[in-house]
Design a protein around this ligand. Structure first.
Ligand SMILES: *Cc1c(COP(=O)(O)O)cnc(C)c1O
Length: 462
């Protein structure tokens, strides 16, 4: 029997994988999660030497209702656009292992999930004869990765809101220089959270959502989390084999809690994960939560790692659901409390950790710059600022000699200004980005108003 998906808020009927992919956010406002988490402990040995695509096929097969031959094709199509044969290669820098997740078409880790999601959408729509209007909110990297996942597709229009002037100029150009007719960029005068709140509110209007066949690609889509589980297994099994260690830790720079949530699922499925080191920048709602049990809104401050400048982590609800014993009623109460007051708390006994598997900390702007400078000097390796946050916190919280894989989430050339500030030289370039400098662009500017966004969608939807 194939996996069914339920809502964290417990008020939507269970559905199959393809429906879950097309639904995005559940109708009751919750996030879709698999009804059970498969235990793969018995498969680890056999999986340890599989190439990436094979491993992806084995893992995703546990969660999907797609016939095996089709699934295989979808996976190979999705990773064809990656410029490295291993898809997500590991490199060494000092005694750290760095997992490079940025070899996709937009040079950020979100391609791993969004190339796959774009192909999934196309597969499902071409079978049903339906069409889809994607609505997305981005703090930078999601937008371009989503656009590259679906550009030029016949049955899909995509609307991407980004906070005007708050993404890096390169990130903005990567989105607005895509001129395909099915791509609609919107510069919203507001923050990323404004964009995300508008998106969530529009998705809560089930009638509007249905009438315009709206779907999501934001990290709430289960298929994205699923694609990300794969590289934890790939890298974890590889390093454990090479180092002969029985357990492995990961350090993950975090914003929306999507990437690290995939690591948490991998651990729950049986990957021997010792610890997940959660690293935030100064926008530290998640690290405060894992250190205190209180999840409370702060002000969004702009940093060198803009894709983590987030105060409401859209995937957090999935984790919270499991943390409170899969109790949807209590989850609804907690999320209601958070909506009303901007805070929620988990009761903790004295000395009790929120989660033994997690350890969390903050990498400041100063940490980011100094880590980039030091890795360049000592190891000849350039880190993008998001990766640098993960490494700063990873180095601080790791136990002596603990084997550690640090997730590298973007190519440094995407954030060349930070590299210049950290090293004193303009070192970070990539031909894909250099070519964008004088490319023509297209983008609509709109106020941070739900009505304005709705009107624009109505005018331009398929
Ligand atoms: C999105 C992003 C992150 C944060 O990932 P989450 O899944 O939101 O935690 C980190 N680094 C880069 C470069 C990103 O694009």
């Amino acid at each position: 029997m194939s996996m069914k998906y339920i809502s964290t808020r417990g008020q939507s009927a269970p559905m199959g994988f393809q429906d879950a992919v097309m639904t995005g956010l559940a109708a009751d406002g919750g996030l879709l999660i698999p009804q059970s988490i498969p235990d793969v402990t018995g498969r680890l040995q056999e999986w340890a030497e599989l190439p990436y695509r094979e491993l992806a096929f084995q893992l995703t097969g546990l969660f999907t209702d797609i016939p095996p031959d089709d699934l295989k094709k979808l996976i190979s199509l999705s990773y064809e656009s990656f410029r490295h044969p291993e898809v997500t290669p590991l490199v060494r820098a000092g005694d750290l292992r760095i997992l490079e997740l940025f070899h996709g078409p937009t040079l950020a880790f979100k391609d791993v999930a969004l190339q796959w999601l774009g192909n999934l959408f196309e597969y499902i729509l071409s079978r049903s004869g339906h069409h889809l209007n994607i609505l997305a909110a981005t703090s930078g990297d999601t937008g371009s990765a989503a656009i590259y996942g679906v550009r030029g597709r016949q049955h899909i229009h995509i609307f991407v809101m980004h906070p005007a002037g708050r993404t890096s100029p390169t990130q903005e150009r990567q989105m607005t220089a895509v001129l395909d007719d099915n791509v609609f960029n919107i510069a919203v005068s507001g923050t990323f959270d404004d964009c995300q709140n508008i998106m969530k509110s529009i998705f809560r209007d089930v009638e509007f959502k249905t009438r315009h066949a709206l779907g999501a690609v934001n990290s709430v889509n289960w298929a994205r989390v699923l694609a990300q589980i794969v590289y934890y297994f790939y890298a974890g099994l590889k390093v454990m084999r090479e180092e002969g260690c029985p357990e492995i830790s990961f350090s993950v720079p975090t914003g929306n809690f999507g990437d690290i949530l995939a690591g948490w699922y991998a651990a729950r499925m049986g990957l021997p994960v010792k610890r997940l080191i959660l690293a935030t920048n100064e926008n530290d709602i998640l690290s405060r939560f894992f250190n205190t049990g209180t999840y409370s809104l702060g002000q969004v401050v702009p940093t060198l790692s803009p894709s983590m400048d987030i105060q409401v982590a859209s995937n957090f609800e999935r984790y919270l659901y499991y943390r409170i014993g899969e109790d949807s009623e209590r989850l609804r109460a907690l999320m209601h409390e958070f909506d009303q007051t901007g805070a929620l708390s988990i009761p903790l006994a004295p000395g009790e950790a929120v989660e033994p598997l997690f350890t969390a900390g903050t990498g400041t702007t100063a940490d980011t710059l100094s880590v980039i400078g030091r890795y360049h000097r000592e190891h000849g390796y350039l880190l993008d600022p998001h990766t640098a946050v993960g490494i700063a916190v990873g180095e601080r919280l790791r136990k002596r000699g603990e084997p550690l894989i640090c997730l590298a989430t973007a190519h440094p050339a995407k954030f060349s200004k930070a590299i210049l500030d950290a090293t004193g030289s303009d070192l970070a370039h990539h031909e894909l980005l250099d070519r964008l400098a004088d490319a023509p662009t297209r983008c609509k500017s709109l106020p941070a108003s739900e009505q304005a966004i709705r009107d624009f969608i109505v005018q331009n939807a398929l």
